[in-house]
Design a protein around this ligand. Sequence first.
Ligand SMILES: [Zn+2]
Length: 339
Amino acid sequence: MRAEDLLKPTPSGLWCPPGDFHIDPVRAVDRAVITHAHSDHARAGHRAVLATAETLDLMRLRYGEDFAGTTQVVAYGETVRLGGVAVTLHPAGHVLGSAQIAVQAGGLRIVASGDYKDVADPTCAPFEPIACDVFITEATFGLPVFRHPDPPAEIVRLLQSVRLFPDRAHLVGAYALGKAQRVIALLRQAGWDKPIHLHGALEAITRYYAGRVDLGELRLVRDAGKADLVGTIALCPPSALQDRWTRRFPDPITAFASGWMRVRARARQRGVELPLVISDHADWDGLTATIPATGAADVWVTHGEEDALVHWCGTRGIAARPLRILGYGEEDDVPDAAP
Ligand SMILES: [Zn+2]
């Protein structure tokens, strides 16, 4: 079997003809296997959805109970058969419940990574490289300039600022699913044991995480007065950083936790005073370490800086091509509820 006969890039996303399913389809389909619950990968309206229990729960939280016709939980390491195709989910280390999808038939194995990172994250299962013939990699940070610092070191910078400005509040913009909860868990690991305040848009997903990961005491900003917020750390969706909502904080210092904070112009654009380079995607070193670790002879590169990674594969004698599937955003910045 040729790889393109097992998984075919189409305008709806990757399609597996012999198994009759799509991976992370960007349009409504009959049967979807979903890598993770970020809104650009997990859309509502499919007839049947297969994913990890956490991904299904998070989709339910965002879209409501009737987000799909039917759902099927697939655990990490479990193999389900769809048509003549074996489908196995493996941890992707990106956010809670995130999975790489291994598709196998006729002695050929293709692994679709979804979004992934290969660094420690206290809020989700660690990434595992999976041996395969074809590896489909994301390339969000697929340029040599992207080398993310250690996340705990970025958290130390945040805590140093909190100590330096005890009369002010620190307001940290973070994506609602995954990043916000990871920042909280990293703060706890660093010893910050005071209550952490949340924007209302982060509440539902953070409560869901808190049932699985120790996030310490969480409070809602809307329940606090200005004086209560002196010396505190609060998290909000990035879109709220420039909102009048910030006026309820005492002289706030704005931070933003994202891999994009490596680009100073992006921090300036958003008026971010304290950029924190914390990413849920592999950086250049992570991407170029993972590709050879899979042993894949053929690499398909999707969503992000495809050309540089394709070129790098060529220099290593690995066949590679860009997929250019449209519809995947850089990350997830959709507030889930009113503040
Ligand atoms: Zn994602």
